[in-house]
Design a protein around this ligand. Structure first.
Ligand code: RB5
Length: 149
């Protein structure tokens, strides 16, 4: 599995720590920035990861900002992206099992480092269940197609 990770300045420190989790899981990943705590605009980094996932360059994306919210709003503008903000393990798992989420967002100002690492691990190691959930996601994709016309 290839993973893209990025953050804005407000998520930079957590992003750096989450890279250790990706290494522990022995996943191939690419850090698309930002590379220090200089103020930047989260949509620039959210777009890089979301477009990379939508284009098939990466299987999953991880985005960190202050709250995780701006990153989720941004990523969900890209066709084919199903981004979720999760700050607990249950939501992270369910977002994979039922929603086949392909981008996870978190907020450095919301969650502690240890909990964030557990959420990321759960999200990366939980499979989509398919079946009735796939039918529902097909409806989501239909809506996306309609609204982009
Ligand atoms: C930056 O101050 C902050 O607005 C950003 O990191 C994010 O939380 C937006 O949703």
């Amino acid at each position: 599995m290839k993973v893209a990770i990025a953050s804005d300045h407000a998520g930079y420190r957590l992003k750096e720590l989450l890279k250790q989790t990706l290494e522990e899981l022995q996943l191939d990943y690419e850090d698309l920035g930002t590379f220090d705590e200089t103020s930047v605009d989260y949509p620039d980094y959210g777009a890089k990861v979301a477009k990379g996932v939508a284009d098939g360059l990466y299987d999953r994306g991880v985005l960190v900002c202050g709250t995780g919210l701006g990153m989720a709003i941004t990523a969900n503008k890209v066709k084919g992206v199903r981004a979720v903000t999760a700050h607990d393990v249950f939501s992270a798992k369910m977002s994979r099992m039922h929603n086949d989420a392909n981008v996870l967002t978190m907020g450095e100002r919301v969650i502690g480092q240890g909990a964030a690492a557990e959420v990321l691990k759960a999200w990366l190691t939980t499979e989509f269940e398919g079946g009735r959930h796939a039918q529902r996601l097909a409806k989501v994709a239909d809506l996306e197609r309609e609204s982009l016309q």
